[in-house]
Design a protein. Structure first.
Length: 91
């Protein structure tokens, strides 16, 4: 299994990123509604919480499968000064 890229909802100055549903909004780009009328996030891009911090988990294959979206997500993280983990080019 490939290593996931994690974007943390904490800015470089230590503040919690707002709005509080930013991760769900971002991951909505690859989500769909199931028969149960609930949102199903893609295994390629999904929200999660780590130590009480909202995060986005990205499968590295998104870079090849959806290059524009991948670029947008990383640009968003950089523009909002969010921590990007496990992605060498972002360090």
């Amino acid at each position: 299994m490939s290593e996931r890229i994690i974007i943390e909802g904490i800015t470089t100055d230590g503040r919690q990123f707002r709005p509080s549903d930013w991760a769900e909004r971002m991951c909505g780009a690859l989500s769909k509604y199931g028969r149960d009328h609930r949102i199903n996030y893609s295994p390629l891009l999904h929200p999660l919480t780590i130590n009480g911090i909202k995060c986005v988990s990205i499968d590295p294959s998104v870079e090849q499968l959806h290059p524009e979206m991948f670029s947008y997500i990383l640009h968003f993280a950089k523009a909002n000064k969010l921590s990007v983990l496990n992605y060498p080019q972002a360090r």
